[in-house]
Write a protein that binds this ligand. Structure first.
Ligand code: TRP
Length: 456
């Protein structure tokens, strides 16, 4: 049954079907990034204009990086660092894999804390706790909770334990099975909430905000935020796709899997926008509320909306499911690395990584309250981990990956992997365009953003 313990390549775990790969990848991509980060970034960066820039980056930088990671993982059939060693023996490209694993450790630490907040808020929704709340009471509720010591720690532990419980069952029996059931449920819930939100009285301006661009709000910061969000939301630059692709069969069409994943993630983000913005406008709230949007503004809206109590339960259930399918992908990168580098059994690897992430996550959680004054580079631990991973390691990882695939592996390998050695019929212009995106467009976009970031 459980084959993943074995470190020999021939016994590696793998996904069972193409649909399984797609839901697992979409599960990784669709997460807090879509339900929590995307709506508040849209709100802060002027609506539709931000969305259009975001879409441009998904195609210009997101898709090529995802395809490049796919090529590395599927060709090598190995975890983050070993993948680079297999494809470029004797070089130092394996550092890219190590950076990816470090990036995943940082992300999972704060991700698990926010996932824990989601768990607490689902509990509160089930108890109809938002009903009594006026805006101020809900603000106090969130700040009392997030700055306290024990409750967030307990929630972080529960969320991390759920994540570990799925990953311990393996790729096919854990990750694939869970995603296959939960992803459709998640889509249905969010579509239902979007319909409710768009049929509220006064929701029209919210839709205009989402779909009519106002270019006057666009600055260089908008571009930075959009690219960072594209990378975070598609789970790029951290060897997540390398790791999942290493479980993908040789006859799968990696171009169509990459495109479908990017499309599913983007469509989901837009639906989440339609679930949130019309309601925000219908209740006369400013769209630029920032990171508190999901935990303060939305409960406030739910408390005033007809049937809001029920909608709140579904919303936080969706948030928890979305966060879980993403967290398992981040954990799998670290666990696969431990299994293949240190020849650990899957169970042992999951247990050790659990302890490491629990400690780092606890520091993130405490940095909201008692440890808030402890600052590195002017940031508390939570913000530091977020900043280092999303604004730094992921972008460097993405740049290294496209350079590695475009220039080190080169044209022949790219064509060979994309059309499966010629067995998939593909127009030459399509292959050439993809190579161009990997070699020039994606590195240029990433370098331009790095330049702006240094100049700001
Ligand atoms: N994409 C997920 C989200 O939108 C987060 C995520 C999952 C992630 N796996 C990742 C981010 C790997 C970076 C790297 O919430």
């Amino acid at each position: 049954m459980e084959k993943a313990n074995n470190s020999k390549p021939s016994k590696r775990d793998s996904f069972g079907s193409s649909f399984g790969v797609l839901v697992a990848l979409a599960g990784s991509a669709v997460g807090l990034g879509n339900l929590w980060r995307f709506p508040y970034l849209v709100g802060q960066n002027g609506g539709a204009a931000f969305i259009l820039i975001y879409l441009g980056f998904v195609i210009l930088a997101g898709l090529p990086v995802m395809l490049a990671e796919f090529i590395i993982g599927r060709r090598s059939q190995a975890s983050a660092r070993k993948a680079f060693l297999t494809l470029a023996p004797g070089s130092r490209w394996d550092i890219t894999g190590v950076l990816g694993v470090i990036c995943c450790i940082l992300i999972l630490s704060f991700y698990s804390v926010v996932g824990g907040w989601g768990t607490e808020y689902l509990y509160k929704a089930v108890c109809f706790d938002f009903n009594t709340g006026n805006d101020q009471a809900l603000k106090t509720m969130f700040s009392n909770f997030s700055t306290s010591v024990w409750r967030p720690l307990i929630c972080h532990s529960i969320f991390l334990a759920l994540t570990a419980g799925i990953v311990i069952a393996g790729v096919q029996n854990g990750i694939e099975k869970f995603s296959k059931v939960m992803m459709p449920v998640l889509f249905l819930i969010v579509i239902g909430i979007a319909v409710r939100s768009m049929t509220l009285k006064g929701s029209g301006p919210g839709l205009d905000y989402l779909f009519k661009p106002d270019w006057s709000k666009v600055t260089s910061q908008t571009f930075l935020a959009a690219l960072g969000q594209a990378f975070f939301s598609l789970s790029l630059g951290s060897c997540m796709v390398v790791t999942y692709a290493s479980y993908v069969k040789k006859d799968a069409n990696i171009l169509s899997l990459s495109a479908q994943t990017a499309a599913a993630d983007t469509v989901f983000a837009l639906i989440a926008g339609c679930a949130i913005m019309p309601a925000v406008f219908a209740f006369g709230i400013s769209p630029g509320e920032g990171p508190d949007l999901v935990f303060i503004t939305l409960p406030h809206i739910f408390s005033q909306m007809p049937m809001g109590g029920i909608i709140a339960i579904f919303f936080f259930l969706a948030l928890l499911l979305a966060a879980l399918t993403s967290a398992i992908s981040i954990l799998e990168v670290i666990v696969a690395f431990c299994i293949e580098e240190f020849k650990m059994k899957r169970g042992v690897a999951v247990a050790l990584v659990f302890i490491l992430i629990w400690i780092l996550g606890a520091l993130c959680s405490l940095s909201m309250g008692p440890l808030d004054s402890f600052k590195i580079l002017g940031r508390n631990i939570f913000d530091l981990f977020d900043f280092l991973s999303a604004n730094f390691l992921m972008l460097i990882g993405g740049l290294l990956v496209v350079i590695f695939v475009g220039w080190k592996l080169g044209r022949k390998v790219v064509f060979d992997e994309v059309n499966n050695g010629g067995s998939l019929k593909m127009a030459p212009w399509l292959l050439k365009t993809l190579l161009f995106l990997i070699r020039f467009a994606a590195p240029a976009a990433l370098l331009a953003i790095a330049f702006f970031q240094i100049h700001e």
